[in-house]
Design a protein around this ligand. Structure first.
Ligand SMILES: O=C(O)CCC(=O)C(=O)O
Ligand SMILES: [Fe+2]
Length: 423
C-alpha cells in the first residue's frame, strides 16, 4: 500500500459511498500493468464495491493450462491423474435442504465419471445435478503450482490466522456442469470472496447489503432461490416489491470477480466450469465481521432465553452454541485480532524487509506482510478500533476477559502505544 492510499483511508467513511450512489455498473479491470494494489484498495476494498478482473490477471496460472483442454473444457484426464483418489464434497443442486443442498463426500474419480456421463446424457442424470464445491484443494496440496493468490487479495486475516493455528482454511475449488448453481447466501462471517474461472462461465446475481431485508418471507426467512416466482406473492414475501433488481454479472473464462463483504448472491455455472475462490477478511471489513458476530450471538440468545435465569453459565453456553453454528466465538475472535496485531508489529519492526508496493504483481503466500509498513499501520488501527468496540460490549465483558492473555484492555493500550510511536 502506498502513502497516498493510506492517507485516503484515514478520511474514508463507508457512508460517503453507499452502494446506491455508485449505480449498478460493475467495473471491469483490463490491464494488470496499470492497476495497483493501492487502486484496488481505494476503489473497491474500502468502498465495498464489486469488480471484475480480466483473464489477463490469471493467464499465467498453471491450472489455466493444465486443468483445461485446448478447446477450453475441463481436462478430465489431467484432473483424474492428479487428484483422482482425493475425497471431495459434492452437493446435489436438485435437492433443497434448509437453504442449501445436501452434500456427500466421494472420490474425485467418481465425480469425474458422473460428470462425463452427465454430459453424454445431455446434462441429465437420475443422480441429479451434482456440484463439487468447497473442496480445500490448497490445504491438501499446499505445494501445488496451479495458482497464486493475486496480490489484491493477499491482505487476508482469515487465512493468515487459520494457517497459524493449522486448523482450517477458506480456500476452495469448485467444479460443476452447466446448470449447477449455488443458492442465495452471503459468505461465512460476511467475508469477502474472490472467485476466478479456470474454465467456463458464471452468472452472478449480486445484492448490495440491506437488500436482503426486502427478500425475507413473512417468517423472516431468506429465500433459497431469489428467482423463484414465489417471491412475487406478497402474502409470502411482503416486502419483495421494495427490493431493487440484482446486479447481474457474467464472468467469462479466466476472469476473477471480487464479491464485497455482506453482499448476498446467487451463482450459476453457464457452462462446465471450474473455479478457485477464497473467503477473506481484513482491516476494511473486520468491523462488518464484528457486527455479524453480534447479530449471530443475539439470535442464539433469543433461542435459549428461557434458560437465562436458571443457568449460571448461560452466557458461556451461548458462546459454545455460537461457535458450533458459525465457527467462531468472541474469545477466538479476540485471539484472531491479537494474532494479526502481533504479525503487523513484526512488520513494523523489520521495515527493511517490507517496502510497500515493491513486490511482484502475483506474490507468494503468506503475503499480507508484503503490503508494507503503511498497510501494517492501517491494519493495527483497525484492530485497535475493533478491540475498543469489544471492550464496550457487555456480552464480551461477561466472558472473564481479565484472564485472557493478555487482557484486552492491556493489549489495546499496547497497540495504541505502538501506533503513536510510528506516527
Ligand atoms: O461459484 C459458486 O457456485 C459460488 C461461489 C460463491 O458463492 C463465492 O465465491 O462466494
Ligand atoms: Fe458466496
Amino acid at each position: 500500500m502506498d502513502k497516498e492510499a493510506f492517507v485516503f483511508s484515514q478520511d474514508f467513511s463507508i457512508t460517503d459511498s453507499s452502494s446506491c450512489s455508485h449505480g449498478r455498473y460493475v467495473d471491469h479491470i483490463d490491464d494488470p500493468v496499470s492497476f495497483s494494489y493501492s487502486l484496488f484498495f481505494k476503489r473497491y476494498l474500502l468502498p465495498n464495491r464489486p469488480c471484475v478482473f480480466s483473464a489477463k490477471f490469471t493467464n499465467d496460472w498453471g491450472s489455466r493450462k493444465r486443468w483445461v483442454t485446448q478447446d477450453g473444457r475441463p481436462n478430465f484426464d489431467h484432473l483424474l491423474k492428479k487428484f483422482g483418489k482425493t475425497i471431495v464434497p459434492v452437493a446435489n443442486c436438485d435437492v433443497k435442504e434448509y437453504n442449501s443442498n445436501p452434500k456427500e463426500r466421494i472420490p474425485l474419480a467418481e465425480y469425474i465419471c458422473y460428470w462425463r456421463e452427465y454430459i453424454q446424457n445431455n446434462y441429465c442424470s437420475s443422480k441429479g445435478c451434482l456440484y463439487l464445491k468447497d473442496w480445500h484443494m490448497y490445504r491438501e496440496f499446499p505445494e501445488q503450482d496451479d495458482y497464486k493468490t493475486p496480490v489484491f487479495f493477499t491482505s487476508d486475516w482469515l487465512n493468515e490466522y487459520w494457517d497459524a493455528i493449522a486448523v482450517d482454511d477458506y480456500r476452495f475449488v469448485y467444479m460443476g456442469p452447466k446448470g449447477s448453481w449455488t443458492p442465495f447466501h452471503a459468505d461465512v462471517f460476511r467475508s469477502y470472496s474472490w472467485s476466478a474461472n479456470v474454465c467456463g462461465r458464471k452468472k452472478w446475481l449480486l445484492f448490495p447489503p440491506g437488500q436482503e431485508e426486502y427478500l425475507r418471507d413473512c417468517n423472516g426467512n431468506l429465500p433459497y432461490d431469489v428467482t423463484s416466482p414465489d417471491l412475487q406473492d406478497s402474502s409470502i414475501y411482503p416486502s419483495f416489491r421494495q427490493s431493487v433488481q440484482p446486479i447481474e454479472v457474467i464472468q467469462e473464462d479466466g476472469e476473477m470477480i471480487f464479491v464485497p463483504s455482506g453482499w448476498h448472491h446467487q451463482v450459476y455455472n453457464l457452462e462446465d466450469t471450474i473455479s478457485i475462490n477464497h473467503n477473506w477478511v481484513n482491516g476494511c471489513n473486520v468491523s462488518i465481521m464484528w457486527h455479524f458476530l453480534q447479530v449471530e450471538l443475539e439470535a442464539v440468545e433469543q433461542e435459549i432465553i428461557e434458560w437465562k435465569e436458571t443457568m449460571d453459565d448461560w452466557h458461556l453456553h451461548c458462546q459454545i452454541i455460537m461457535k458450533s453454528c458459525t465457527g467462531i466465538d468472541y474469545k477466538e475472535f479476540y485471539t484472531f485480532l491479537k494474532t494479526i496485531a502481533e504479525n503487523r508489529i513484526q512488520v513494523l519492526q523489520n521495515p527493511l524487509k517490507n517496502k510497500g508496493e515493491a513486490f511482484p504483481l502475483i506474490s507468494s503466500e503468506p503475503a499480507s506482510s508484503n503490503l508494507g509498513p503503511y498497510h501494517a499501520v492501517f491494519d493495527l488501527q483497525r484492530v485497535v478500533d475493533v478491540i475498543a468496540a469489544l471492550l464496550t460490549n457487555l456480552d464480551f465483558r461477561k466472558l472473564g476477559i481479565e484472564s485472557f492473555s493478555p487482557p484486552p484492555a492491556e493489549l489495546l493500550n499496547h497497540l495504541k502505544g505502538v501506533l503513536s510511536s510510528v506516527k
